[in-house]
Design a protein around this ligand. Structure first.
Ligand SMILES: *[C@@H]1O[C@H](CO)[C@@H](O)[C@H](O)[C@H]1NC(C)=O
Ligand SMILES: *[C@@H]1O[C@H](CO)[C@@H](O)[C@H](O)[C@H]1NC(C)=O
Ligand SMILES: *[C@@H]1O[C@H](CO)[C@@H](O)[C@H](O)[C@H]1NC(C)=O
Ligand SMILES: *[C@@H]1O[C@H](CO)[C@@H](O)[C@H](O)[C@H]1NC(C)=O
Ligand SMILES: *[C@@H]1O[C@H](CO)[C@@H](O)[C@H](O)[C@H]1NC(C)=O
Ligand SMILES: *[C@@H]1O[C@H](CO)[C@@H](O)[C@H](O)[C@H]1NC(C)=O
Ligand SMILES: *[C@@H]1O[C@H](CO)[C@@H](O)[C@H](O)[C@H]1NC(C)=O
Ligand SMILES: *[C@@H]1O[C@H](CO)[C@@H](O)[C@H](O)[C@H]1NC(C)=O
Ligand SMILES: *[C@@H]1O[C@H](CO)[C@@H](O)[C@H](O)[C@H]1NC(C)=O
Ligand SMILES: *[C@@H]1O[C@H](CO)[C@@H](O)[C@H](O)[C@H]1NC(C)=O
Ligand SMILES: *[C@@H]1O[C@H](CO)[C@@H](O)[C@H](O)[C@H]1NC(C)=O
Ligand SMILES: *[C@@H]1O[C@H](CO)[C@@H](O)[C@H](O)[C@H]1NC(C)=O
Length: 831
């Protein structure tokens, strides 16, 4: 080392010493101490932007160039009110003369009620941390009196901790997040944090039993974000759900009934190079920031809410402000389809369309007779959590909204038939989104309530219309109620000595002894599933499969209702229910016997079977598609299977495939295109919409896509015996599609498959269509059947869409890649 180098070293050391002297670390404070927010009492650190910090405790940088952490009084620029806060800050230069970096607040005690000069913080002798304003009024306290607090410390991960004599944590700021999450922080069920700008729309996120949910305030709050795993109703509560933010991931831990086997899910985040934090911001986005030494500030790394959201930018409450309509990222104000001359809305700010729109006449509940609904076709909404139960067509939906003044808009969603749909309602209208029914694969119209000026001739017509519609609705409701009462009556009649087995075409009721005899005492087990074991049996000459449901606690009535539904479904590609048994606690189902066993045997465990040829595989795919198509679109009650996987596809001796176990999924009425809101999935595996509150039968389309890929590739979706980069088939597909090497994925054990390369790749494209993250963009099963039968071709853009949907969906090592575990519900109850 030359003299110059030595000089540099000395200078650097001196700089370090000086800068340490400048803000020497004093991370702990003792009890029975009072701090007064006053320049004379506390070291005052002013920054170039005008903000000020007066620190009570300070922790030095983790790395030499990293930021420091402090807790004390903070004043934002322009400085006129103080927060008691935890902040990240940094001072450059040898003497701290250059204060370009501004402090970043990561926690505060009194956001809603800032304090003045002369305010005090006291760590009292009995261990309470108390903030009082200059007039000595109590603003905030930690509520930790009498819990043997020994002192206060600011940790290296910016946690303000009150500890006791044995170093135990009595209170910590990590348990009470304001709007920021920090690495190392763990949120327990019940924790809620709120976006900073509480004067505007209030956004908050909260940890609920099944995950982390984001809401925008209104009465009731509207759900705009969900990061959750699906667990059955009875499988939670064994310990609180936890969300952990650690270096590289935001993970979710939901306890299950078996403590050793919790449900987990991770969102992967960029690894930390320096101090990071996540902030829930005033537009509802949760964004990840990292300290950047070069820029002397915290810079944006990623939008965590977007990683989990569908790629659609428009599906966000703030994207176009209130009442704004988002069309491919552009914002406009609502106007009626059939260009009426009246305008009901204007831009809040003429130059900034994304700030939203305001009604010209505010809605008055005193003049409900002048309420009108503005019709917007092909317009949808992000929140799907509040539906009006009995409004299943557009008119009843609109009437329901006009009847209640708190209703500010309804969104009517339907599929093929507009007399059966969902009526979503809101009491506050955030951004609306334009949709194209073809790509969204549902129709949606929004009806916005407006206040029309009185005494126009049109209004009389409207009133007449309303009256008529009201009468119609009342008659309609009366009919619905009558029908329901009649149906209920029917079930009540049927209770004990129900003559179920005598109904023609219905499954036969067997005595338990008979089934025991026909299976030779449940001797020959064919398989085991989530719902119970399956045994081979013989009824006369006919071979049958007897499923013995385990843990069935369902009432007899519900069971019979279920059996009636399953029994009434007959389709060549669905496994037929022959009979059933219900005696005391026994619940058994008798199915037709399928000699080929389940599909997984033929694709994963081939043993000495020859690999299936292309023609056979095509046939199987078409059979599954037809079976699902029937369940989704053709039978009396729409049925989402929710558990499509090779184990649930059975084959006969000629490789005709049938879908099994469909009755065990939730049955849904045609008029409710959404399945139970309780059901959730795991990101990356199941269809992405399991993350959001409500799912549709499109989850089956996704699972179907996975099965198609497995059948083509002759392997499991998740195969941990393979190297990590190829263990997940759908990820691999993405990679191969990007590199235009999809042919690598064709089952190499089959010459025949390789010789049909071109057709196989077409089939992969169909799978990709089914695997789109956005459920709305996936095809219906009837479209899939059409494609398979050659009556329709796949859009040429599919590859592009598949590759451009978000690829950062986190993945887990869960082998049940596409199956939904519904152990808790043996059969769904009638709805
Ligand atoms: C806290 O109290 C201990 C002894 O009780 C003393 O040594 C230490 O200096 C005090 N710390 C501060 C920050 O006042
Ligand atoms: C408490 O923790 C600090 C730092 O972690 C350590 O230095 C100290 O020895 C601990 N005291 C006790 C009583 O465990
Ligand atoms: C709150 O929102 C308003 C309007 O959007 C904005 O002017 C203000 O700066 C925001 N305040 C904070 C603390 O973000
Ligand atoms: C975060 O993890 C990465 C590797 O996963 C590591 O390189 C980095 O140093 C870690 N960051 C912090 C702040 O610990
Ligand atoms: C617009 O069309 C709707 C039906 O689509 C009709 O009820 C309404 O009266 C029309 N409005 C005008 C101003 O023509
Ligand atoms: C709604 O979408 C359908 C299908 O794309 C289209 O035919 C119709 O014209 C659209 N309606 C309006 C009002 O844009
Ligand atoms: C909806 O209809 C059911 C009967 O089908 C009835 O019991 C219920 O009260 C109705 N709900 C509303 C909100 O009208
Ligand atoms: C209108 O809807 C709100 C929210 O559900 C409800 O609390 C209120 O009772 C309803 N008002 C009337 C008149 O039905
Ligand atoms: C939308 O509704 C029309 C009839 O109103 C129907 O023909 C069309 O198929 C529906 N579109 C979708 C995607 O369901
Ligand atoms: C729509 O549903 C109604 C009532 O269920 C039925 O009468 C009508 O035929 C259906 N229309 C179509 C096109 O399926
Ligand atoms: C999720 O992240 C946590 C914390 O990094 C880790 O312990 C866990 O193994 C991860 N789980 C999965 C399935 O990757
Ligand atoms: C869940 O548990 C409750 C109470 O133990 C029981 O009544 C209910 O039937 C269970 N639900 C299911 C789906 O098993």
């Amino acid at each position: 080392m030359g003299p110059a180098g030595l000089l540099l070293l000395i200078l650097a050391t001196a700089a370090q010493l000086l800068s340490e002297a400048q803000f020497a670390e004093y991370p702990t404070a003792n009890i029975s101490t009072l701090w007064v927010n006053n320049e004379d009492y506390m070291s005052n650190l002013g920054f170039n932007d005008g903000s000020v910090v007066r620190s009570i405790v300070v922790s030095s940088p983790q790395t030499f160039f990293g930021p420091s952490f402090g807790a004390g009084f903070f004043c934002a620029s322009p400085c006129n009110a103080f927060l008691f806060a935890v902040y990240i800050f940094h001072i450059d230069g040898i003497h701290g003369e250059s204060k370009t970096a501004r402090p970043h607040v990561v926690w505060s005690a009194n956001r809603a009620r800032p304090v003045r000069e002369g305010a005090t913080v006291e760590l009292t002798i009995d261990g309470n941390l108390v903030l009082r304003d200059a007039d000595a009024s109590l603003v905030w306290s930690s509520g930790s009196s009498g819990r043997s607090v020994a002192g206060m410390v600011i940790t290296k991960d910016s946690n303000l901790v009150l500890f006791d004599h044995s170093n135990g944590t009595v209170w910590q700021s990590f348990d009470h997040p304001s709007d920021v999450l920090l690495p190392g922080q763990s949120l327990l069920e019940g924790t809620r944090f709120v976006a900073t700008n509480w004067t505007e729309n209030q956004f908050y996120m909260t940890v609920l039993p099944r995950g982390l949910y984001g809401y925008v305030e209104s009465t009731p709050p509207q759900l705009y974000y969900a990061y959750s795993v699906w667990v059955s109703e009875n499988d939670t509560g064994n310990g609180p759900t936890k969300v952990n933010f650690v270096n590289g991931s935001l993970s979710l831990l939901v306890q299950s009934r078996q403590p050793s086997n919790p449900h987990m899910s991770n969102i992967s985040l960029p690894a930390a190079k320096s101090t990071q934090y996540m902030r829930l911001e005033s537009d509802g986005h949760l964004r990840l920031y990292e300290w950047s030494q070069a820029e002397a500030t915290c810079t944006l790394l990623s939008d965590v809410t977007k990683i989990e959201r569908l790629p659609d930018d428009c599906a966000f409450p703030t994207v176009c402000g209130e009442y704004g309509i988002c069309t491919a990222g552009q914002c406009t104000c609502p106007f009626e389809d059939n260009s009426s001359s009246t305008n009901y809305f204007k831009l809040v700010n003429g130059r900034k369309a994304n700030l939203g729109c305001a009604p010209l006449n505010p809605i008055s509940c005193q003049e409900m007779q002048h309420h009108q609904l503005l019709t917007l076709t092909n317009v949808s909404y992000f929140d799907e959590s509040h539906t009006i139960e009995n409004a299943t067509n557009g008119d009843s939906c609109k009437q329901a909204c006009l009847k209640n003044c708190s209703c500010r808009a309804v969104i009517f969603r339907y599929g093929l038939n507009d007399s059966k749909g969902d009526c979503l309602w809101v009491t506050k209208v955030f951004s609306l989104q334009s949709i194209q029914p073809e790509t969204a694969s549902f129709n949606s119209s929004a009806y916005l309530k407006v206040q029309s000026s009185p005494s126009s001739a049109a209004n009389k017509k409207v009133i007449l219309g309303i009256t008529l519609a009201l009468v119609t609705t009342i008659i309609f409701i009366a009919i619905v109620i009558t029908v329901c009462l009649l149906r209920r009556g029917k079930y009540e009649d049927n209770d004990e000595d129900l003559q179920f087995d005598q109904l023609p075409g219905m499954p036969t009721r067997f005595p338990f002894d008979k089934l025991r005899e026909c299976t030779e005492g449940f001797n020959k087990k064919l398989g085991e599933g989530g719902f119970g074991s399956v045994f081979a049996g013989k009824l006369g000459e006919e071979r049958v499969a007897v499923k013995r449901l385990e843990g069935a606690r369902q009432g007899k009535k519900e069971f019979l209702a279920e059996v009636e539904t399953i029994g009434s479904i007959e389709h060549i590609n669905l496994v037929r229910l022959i009979g059933f048994c219900t005696e005391k606690f026994q619940r058994l189902l008798v199915y037709e016997y399928m000699s080929g066993g389940s599909l997984d045997r033929w694709i994963y465990y081939r043993h000495d079977n020859a690999p299936l040829d292309w023609h056979t595989r095509c046939g199987i795919i078409l059979d599954i598609a037809k079976g699902l198509c029937y369940l989704h679109e053709e039978c009396r009650r729409k049925i989402a299977h929710l558990d499509i996987k090779p184990q649930n596809i059975l084959l006969d001796e000629n490789f005709n495939a049938k879908v099994a176990d469909f009755g065990l999924s939730k049955l849904i009425d045609r008029d409710q295109s959404k399945v139970m809101t309780m059901m959730r999935g795991t990101p990356g595996y199941m269809a992405p919409e399991w993350l959001t509150s409500q799912i549709t039968e499109k989850v089956d389309v996704y699972s179907f896509g996975v099965v198609v890929m497995e059948l083509i590739s002759g392997r499991k979706n998740i195969d941990n015996s393979l190297p990590e980069e190829s263990s997940h088939l759908i990820n691999l597909l993405r990679g191969k599609a990007r590199d235009n090497q999809m042919s690598d994925l064709i089952d190499e054990h089959s010459e025949d498959m390789l010789s049909h390369q071109e057709q196989v790749i077409q089939m992969m494209k169909l799978a990709m269509w089914c695997l789109l993250n956005d459920a709305g963009q996936r095809p219906n099963m009837s479209m899939v059947v059409k494609v398979l039968e050659g009556g329709m071709s796949i859009e040429t853009t599919i590859l592009h869409r598949f590759l451009n949907t978000n690829t950062v969906l986190p993945l887990e090592d869960n082998p049940n890649a596409y199956s939904v575990q519904t152990q808790a519900s043996i059969l769904s109850g009638p709805r």
